[in-house]
Design a protein around this ligand. Sequence first.
Ligand code: ZN
Length: 134
Amino acid sequence: MNKIEHLGIAVKDLAASEQIFQDLLGTTPYKREEVASEGVLTSFFMIGDSKIELLQATSEDSPIAQFIDKKGEGIHHIAFDVSDIYGEISRLQKLGYTMIHKVPKAGADGKIIAFLHPKSSNRVLVELCQDVPK
Ligand code: ZN
């Protein structure tokens, strides 16, 4: 694991939350991107070398809608940058951790991603992400 790549924050109203984080961070979001496979609309802020990802559900069966139903808005996941996502997945599985995605999938912001099941990691949803090799 190289660094914390971003924190994902589940929000109900993306525009309202963009304003809040714009006020907090003193910078504007650098992109909005829909990830249809996850049923989310995302908005990204760069802060130093790390990012904040705001996530708003685009459908009622989106994982973000389910999260907000259960827990309300707030920190949803922590994402770590990795150099070899396939190697990390197999390393963690060998150690007995449960992956939600055993094979990486396309995520937002030009990444391939895989989530670790939160039951494996103190109820913290962990995302592994890697820049898509060019
Ligand atoms: Zn994320």
